[in-house]
Design a protein around this ligand. Structure first.
Ligand code: R5P
Length: 310
């Protein structure tokens, strides 16, 4: 097994290697003066089972291009099988045409990864599960839910916690977590008037007196979360925390979360936290490396991955 990574999230790749008791393959990823990406793999990977770890997070296009070039380099270096390990699959929110004359960029990015030479994809909490079908190669979509459930059980009193989906689109994900921790479910009926601005309308469910746990796949501007937290507290919730898989946290989001009514935001390290995220007092990171490391091990050993989630 050979594991290589680009510049998107080296600490996560190193932690995955620690879990697997192996070392990252030496790899030089650098830029020409005009910002073209150049990659040189420094170890022999001929005939090996290769895993390229790279989230397509900010800067999304640079990190995507690094992923494609790393996969191409592995293919041309005669790796036997290449798995694109993409903890955060950016562009996933563009998974359908929302109006006329728009692209389906998630499908385009999937095509690029396959065309570059990936034989498999391993990712976490895809924005929509059906994006797996955009790849015409085996694609494993891991869930952060068991990791979140373990963390929640350590911190919350049974009977006092309620899982809340911050929008109608996230109900399936929220229900799965509620089932794991044996908690009731509520839903925030959110209306987004224009892109980037979210507005809370109604709470479906009785949240009065509960410690509410918002669950979602992505926190980007933080608008959805902060508005939902306020609405839940206005409806009598005792406290509001959030468990979100991918901390995209663009621009002023970390600052916004720090100043919000959220008691705590727990994110995973699918995306490397920025300084602003690390400095925010109410943002905590939960490690995905053991889950990803185990999934990589099982891929290598041709063992079941779905049984990780039973
Ligand atoms: C939307 O469908 C996603 O699941 C998230 O709710 C959304 O991307 C969060 O965005 P923001 O933090 O900018 O409100």
């Amino acid at each position: 097994m050979k594991i290589v990574c680009g510049n998107a999230n080296r600490p996560l790749a190193e932690d995955i290697c620690k879990y697997l008791d192996t070392e990252l393959v030496g790899c030089d990823v650098r830029r020409f003066a005009d910002q073209e990406i150049f990659v040189e793999i420094q170890d022999n990977v001929r005939g090996q089972d290769a895993f390229v770890v790279q989230s397509t997070s900010y800067p999304a296009n640079d990190n995507l291009m690094e992923l494609l070039i790393l996969v191409d380099a592995m293919r041309r270096s005669s790796a036997k099988r290449i798995t694109a390990v993409v903890p955060y699959f950016g562009y996933a929110r563009q998974d359908r045409r929302t109006s006329g004359r728009t692209p389906i960029s998630a499908k385009l990015v999937a095509n690029l990864i396959v065309e570059a030479g990936a034989d498999r994809v391993l990712t976490v909490d895809l924005h929509a599960g059906q994006i797996q079908g955009f790849f015409d190669i085996p694609t494993d979509n891991l869930y952060a839910a068991p990791v979140f459930a373990r963390d929640i059980k350590e911190r919350y009193e049974t009977g006092k916690a309620m899982v809340v989906s911050p929008d109608v689109g996230g109900v399936v994900r929220a229900r799965a977590l509620a089932k794991r921790i044996d908690a009731p479910l509520a839903i925030v009926d959110k209306r987004r008037e224009k892109a980037g601005v979210s507005e809370v309308m109604n709470i479906i469910g009785e949240v009065d007196g509960y410690d509410c746990i918002l669950v979602d796949d992505i926190v980007d501007s933080g608008g959805t979360l902060c508005n939902a937290a306020e609405a839940l507290l206005n409806n009598g919730a005792s406290s509001v925390t959030a468990y979100i898989t991918h901390g995209v946290l663009s621009g002023e989001a970390a600052n916004r979360i720090s100043k919000s009514a959220l008691k705590e935001l727990a994110i995973t390290n699918s995306i490397k936290p920025t300084k602003a995220v690390l400095d925010a007092k109410n943002i905590r990171t939960i490690d995905l490396a053991p889950l990803m490391g185990e999934a990589i091990y099982r891929t290598y050993k041709e063992q079941s991955i779905s049984s990780l989630f039973n």
